[in-house]
Ligand binder design. Structure first.
Ligand SMILES: [Cu+2]
Length: 531
């Protein structure tokens, strides 16, 4: 581990006031720096290190000498016209060297393996099914984040799978090609299950991506990059201690696909990175120190055209597909730079000042030519388009510390009832100076405006999750196209997972015009109430 200026590697250290663990020579001047008034003592203590001159990050520097793990593509079988996958949630052990001592095995959870899960892949128009088995000692679920599908197939807290149980969701893929993902969503336990390693990608293809000039060799020049941060205890085990910090546990170890200090050998002039913020709390600002990149897709699919950017901010749950150009023989690093979290109370205590490298790209001495990124609209583009003029319903959502519109999640309460076919505008606002990210199940929305003005270009595409800068109003446009069910709800919630687990979530149903909504109890996969 490279020596750093500050020995305070985790939020936990910070919360402890950098006492015995702080190797920093904190001068009186730094200690006396003014910080935001009225915040907790923890934050004041944190300021001692945060106010030092130069870049101070709570993320460890590492040597980039581990080959990036590529999640395998999940095998599937087409049975009676249904592309069928299987996933088993299970326990295992994983080496996170060099973040842990050599030989240390960390207890982790994964799908079909010890940590993370395979990449599922399907085409628009296909019917898919997933045989999910739970080999854990506790109930879990598998939510298909970003997928448009019936609520009973959604994998939220109403579809938990008991230990030893199975669940077989099935649906037709009917949405644009996109980089989606899957992760558990059990009632009050989502943070822990994701943190232990249960997550994977779900890539959708369609006519537009099939014909596009985009790198498409999976694991070669089309590379999944699941970015997560962790805290390890002295024994090298995952530590999820709640230190009371916001927005949750921020780890001093950052990994890509579970690899700490990862490099990827680039053999083509351009490489497409499918970035997924799979962290429980940390928001990243991804970019390169020496080049721009093309953003080609956001959460819900391709943008209208490539967008050249120097950086892109991703909150937990958000994705970005970027295309990076390399020259033969050179090396660069995907990094996360200081992150503008908006007007949060104490940015550096919430990860805003952290800057660190994530993934090294090493170009070979000879590179295969790649075309400029380009694509034509899908044949479905007109039908997929959302028009604000069609909106007939406006709803407002106010988020405070843990509540939405003054309520915490109650599985027995339906918060919103949408009518199938309606286009709606959701006005979402965080009223407190802390990070939140807002995720809506079932739909991909468009960010119409932020505080009445146009959103930045990188938010112009289809989205299912959006970072909420405090005290700004985000107007989101969405349409509820099908899958009516008055008893099984979809969720909307903060995707900072501790916030979600502590109740920052609501439930909505989509019904036929004039229908009632009556929530059923939380159901296990076998139909038994689990809570
Ligand atoms: Cu939140």
């Amino acid at each position: 581990m490279t020596a750093r200026r500050c020995g305070c590697t985790t939020r936990r250290d910070v919360a402890r006031g950098h006492g015995a663990s702080c190797t920093h020579n904190v001068g009186a001047g730094a200690r006396n720096r003014a910080v935001v008034a009225g915040v907790a003592t923890v934050v004041l203590l944190t300021a001692a290190c945060g106010a030092l001159p130069g870049s101070v990050t709570s993320v460890d520097a590492v040597t980039f000498d581990q080959e990036l793990a590529i999640p395998p593509l999940a095998e599937s079988e087409v049975v009676d016209g249904v592309r069928t996958f299987s996933l088993t949630a299970q326990e295992g052990t994983t080496s996170f060297a060099p973040a842990t001592e050599p030989g240390t095995q960390t207890e982790t959870w994964g799908f079909d393996g010890a940590h993370l899960g395979p990449t599922l892949r399907a085409e628009r128009g296909e019917r898919v099914a997933v045989d999910v088995a739970n080999d854990l000692d506790e109930a879990t679920s598998v939510h298909w984040h970003g997928m448009h599908l019936p609520p009973a197939m959604d994998g939220g807290p109403h579809q938990e799978i008991e230990p030893g149980g199975t669940w077989r969701p099935t649906w037709e893929v009917d949405q644009p090609a996109a980089t989606l993902w899957y992760h558990p969503h059990p009632h009050g336990e989502t943070e822990e299950h994701v943190y232990r390693g249960l997550a994977g990608m779900f890539i959708l293809d369609d006519d537009a991506t099939r014909a596009a000039d985009l790198p498409s060799g999976y694991g070669v020049d089309d590379v999944p990059v699941i970015v997560q941060d962790k805290v390890f205890d002295d024994a090298g085990q995952l530590d999820l201690t709640d230190d009371g910090g916001e927005p949750g546990t921020l780890g001093g170890v950052v990994m890509a696909n579970g690899t700490v200090g990862a490099y990827h050998e680039v053999t083509t002039e351009r490489v497409r990175l499918r970035l997924l913020n799979g962290s429980t709390a940390r928001t990243y600002t991804f970019g390169f120190p020496d080049r721009s990149f093309d953003l080609v897709a956001s959460d819900g699919g391709l943008l209208e055209a490539p967008l050249e950017l120097d950086q892109v901010r991703l909150a937990p749950g958000e994705r970005a597909e970027i295309v990076v150009t390399m020259a033969a023989g050179e090396t660069t690093r995907l990094a996360s730079t200081e992150t503008d979290l908006g007007s949060v109370a104490v940015p550096f205590a919430m990860g805003g000042d952290d800057a660190f490298d994530v993934l090294e790209l090493r170009a070979a001495d000879e590179l295969t030519p790649s075309p400029e990124p380009a694509w034509e609209p899908s044949q479905h583009a007109d039908g997929d388009a959302l028009d604000a003029a069609d909106a007939t319903v406006t709803r407002t959502f106010e988020l405070d510390e843990r509540r939405i519109n003054g309520e915490r999640m109650d599985p027995g309460r339906i918060d919103e009832v949408a009518t199938v076919g309606d286009t709606e505008i959701w006005e979402v606002r965080s009223t407190v100076p802390m990070p939140h990210s807002f995720h809506v199940h079932d739909v991909q929305f468009r960010v119409l405006s932020i505080d009445g003005g146009p959103p930045p270009e990188e938010l112009a595409g289809r989205k299912d999750t959006v970072y909420l800068e405090p005290r700004r109003t985000y107007r989101l446009l969405m349409r509820f196209e099908d899958y009516t069910d008055g008893t099984v709800p979809y969720m909307y919630h903060c995707h900072m997972l501790r916030h979600e687990d502590e109740g920052m979530m609501g439930q909505f149903v989509v019904v036929e015009p004039g229908s009632d909504a009556t929530p059923g109890p939380l159901q296990g996969a076998a139909g038994h109430a689990t809570h």
